[in-house]
Design a protein around this ligand. Structure first.
Ligand code: SF4
Length: 422
């Protein structure tokens, strides 16, 4: 069993019920909208809410958001999401209840990143702030991929390095770890590897589970469900986020279903009931997904052929349509991500054996779409950059033309070389 980490009034791990969380997709500078979304999420069942902090100015915005929430009696813990700036992370203890850092982009120089993390631990200790070591498959950092490749093992080793620093600083009892990937097989293997490593080390910190960039609709819910259910069945996982390219409140019914199916019942019961259809697809995803991902079965019977194919694709056993990766969007998103994702899906539905990413920002998006053959990345100001693998191939295209140009690019490549899926 993992140890308990206290985050504001919420306990993660240690045999407590699984904690359900989500993330705002408002701009952090829009205090009214972010406060409103936090309140809606808390009402819809979020036990913890993450908010992006993309600049030092947003540290103060987060303080104002927190104060507004507390003034109306909302105690939901706030998690600050930090990328590319150890300075921002250092300004957050005492304001955020937990700080999520990504070791792959905490500081460009690895040795300096370690020094900065040691300093962050001390600052967090003085305020009682928890830390999430948030590893992402798409942004591991050259320092680790050059040695171990872009693999589940590398993700687990990266997490262990930072966790080891927290253990040595006697701060592991305030640390949670996540190892997210959009590929369910990679994600499950990474958490299993980390579970084994922590067991050997004799320190089990709570795990935050999630499939990143899972997309939306039934396929996004199924992709999250099969992977999260597999790990929860195996006794790994203490807090979960079902990441969807939709309103954050929409994530909560699926997350609660998983938390209740695999964890202890929450004393207050489930705050957000599922629709009949949602329950049906989640029952099927959780019945067959873990067995498919463990290789115990290769197929299963289901009268609903689309649901059958969705579950097989989520488990990477069959690719009956393009594999879509789409981030949920956050305060860094500067365009209509949800509408664009729908347009991309409609325009590319006829392709096979191709992975297409639609990402909300040019800062993090290109790095995070690890598995994608093609990427549509919104730059803001009505412009888009299209990627082939990790290379930008068409920059600064007007949004109105970008979906057609993406389709042309895929067609042109497919004519030259048949595509194969990762
Ligand atoms: S990739 Fe998406 S979720 Fe990640 S920081 Fe950019 S907009 Fe936010």
């Amino acid at each position: 069993m993992s140890q308990t980490v206290q985050v504001g009034p919420v306990k993660i791990g240690g045999g407590n019920p699984i904690v359900v969380q989500t993330m705002c997709n408002t701009h952090t500078s829009d205090i009214e909208a972010t406060v409103r979304q936090c309140l809606n999420c808390a009402k819809a069942g979020a036990e913890m809410v993450r908010i992006t902090v993309p600049s030092l100015a947003d540290v103060e915005n987060l303080r104002l958001i927190r104060d507004r929430l507390r003034s109306v009696g909302c105690t939901v813990p706030l998690v600050a999401d930090v990328h590319f700036s150890s300075d921002i992370a250092m300004a957050l203890p005492g304001i955020a209840d937990k700080i999520r850092i990504n070791p792959g982009n905490f500081h460009p120089r690895h040795e300096l990143a370690r020094e900065k993390f040691a300093a962050l631990i001390e600052k967090c200790r003085s305020c009682g702030t928890a830390i999430r070591i948030g590893i992402n498959h798409g942004s591991l950092g050259a320092y680790i991929t050059e040695k171990y490749g872009n693999t589940p093992q590398a993700m687990a080793l990266a997490a262990m390095e930072w966790l080891e620093m927290a253990i040595e600083a006697d701060y592991a009892d305030k640390v949670v770890v996540s190892l997210k990937a959009s590929n369910t097989v990679v994600m499950v293997e990474a958490y299993r590897a980390l579970g084994r490593m922590m067991k050997e080390r004799g320190v089990m910190v709570p795990l935050h589970l999630g499939v990143t960039e899972a997309g939306n609709g039934e396929s996004g819910r199924i992709k999250s469900a099969v992977a999260i259910a597999t790990l929860l069945e195996e006794g790994l996982g203490d807090t979960i986020r079902v990441s969807l390219t939709e309103a954050p409140e929409n994530e909560l019914p699926t997350a609660w279903y998983l938390a209740e199916r695999y964890g202890l019942p929450h004393p207050g019961g489930i705050p957000c009931p599922l629709t009949e259809r949602e329950r049906y697809i989640l029952d099927a995803a959780c019945s067959f997904g873990p067995r498919l991902l463990r290789g115990e079965i290769e197929d299963f019977q289901c009268e609903d052929t689309e649901l059958h194919d969705e579950i097989l694709q989520a488990c990477r056993k069959k690719f009956y349509k393009p594999e879509y990766i789409a981030c949920p969007g956050c305060g860094r998103t500067l365009y209509d991500l949800q509408g664009t994702f729908e347009r991309v899906k409609a325009a590319t539905a006829g392709f096979r054996n191709v992975v297409i990413a639609v990402m909300g920002c040019i800062v993090n998006g290109p790095g995070e779409m690890a598995d994608a053959d093609y990427g549509y990345v919104g730059e803001g100001r009505g412009l888009v950059t299209l990627y082939r693998r990790r290379e930008p191939v068409l920059r600064h295209i007007p949004e109105a033309e970008a979906v057609d140009k993406l389709v042309d690019l895929i067609r042109q490549d497919a004519a030259e070389t048949p595509l194969t899926i990762n």
